[in-house]
Design a binder for this molecule. Structure first.
Ligand SMILES: [Zn+2]
Length: 271
């Protein structure tokens, strides 16, 4: 089994949310509850409030540096449309798409449009213009989709989608590959809550169980999704969990690959 690491970019700045969505009031409520319940300490809370002044809610550079140092290939999914609390504008997206590509990382679409082919196509066209990449991959924001979404993504020309959450090997939908993924930060740290309900040790234990299940199901690829925003002192458990996870995968002799190489491998097996 090989691991494929990817990152969803949900935020770039703090204030992009001001008067556009409810992310900021929800975030303040969440942070206070986490502080009161002892899930985060006063130091971590203070860093979070400091982020309002620095107006920075992405950690892309730091995460790229960590992945490089660890020899981990990664793919960042960037939104080119707004909705469901994804509120950064297209020029900010363009800046980061270029920067991520210049750093040798893969870049794909964090899809917002899910129920209309023409809107899905608009996102694809926008992304192609910004990235120069003709056949990117995609993960839907909040893994949102209906019965037609996947077929429309294929029709739009996506090379792969990695929105499905299941313990299943990658499979084809026409020309597109679906890469189900199994491990996401929020699923093990919030575990069904709207804020952090687990401590680091609990999150590690449930992650180990997911990895064991992937082995039992004889998966060829383990999909890992970590949001870049959490690679920060403001989200200590989340950052420590990711650093631990990379080490744990290495200890267990799981190597790392990227979507492109995995697709080449899958397609060579078909012949
Ligand atoms: Zn998202």
């Amino acid at each position: 089994m090989k691991a494929i690491v990817s990152h969803d970019v949900d935020h770039i700045t703090v204030w992009e949310h001001f008067a556009k969505d409810l992310i900021l009031p929800k975030f303040i409520v969440r942070s206070n509850i986490e502080l009161l319940k002892g899930k985060i300490g006063p130091g971590e809370f203070a860093y979070r409030m400091g982020d309002f002044l620095s107006n920075k809610w992405q950690c892309i550079d730091d995460l790229i540096a960590f992945n490089k140092q660890q020899n981990i290939p990664s793919c960042f999914f960037m939104g080119v449309n707004n909705g469901l609390g994804l509120s950064y504008n297209i020029s900010a997206a363009g800046h980061w798409i270029k920067r991520i590509r210049d750093n040798g990382c893969d870049i794909g679409v964090h899809g917002v449009a899910f129920d209309s082919f023409s809107l899905i196509m608009q996102e694809m066209d926008e992304f192609r213009k910004l990235s120069g990449k003709h056949s990117p991959g995609i993960r839907m924001h909040y893994v949102r989709r209906n019965n037609d979404t996947i077929l429309n993504l294929e029709k739009a020309g996506y090379r792969f989608d990695t929105t499905e959450h299941s313990f299943r090997n990658p499979y084809r939908i026409g020309k597109m590959w679906e890469f189900p993924f199994q491990v996401m930060d929020g699923w093990v740290i919030e575990k069904g809550g709207r804020w952090q309900t687990q401590n680091l040790e609990q999150a590690k234990e449930s992650t180990k169980a997911l990895i064991n299940k992937a082995f039992e199901e004889k998966l060829d690829y383990l999909g890992v999704d970590f949001h870049d925003r959490y690679f920060s002192k403001s989200f200590r458990t989340w950052m420590e969990w990711y650093v631990w996870l990379i080490g744990y995968l290495k200890e267990n002799k799981i190597s790392f690959t990227n979507f492109e190489d995995a697709i080449l491998e899958l397609e060579s097996r078909e012949q």
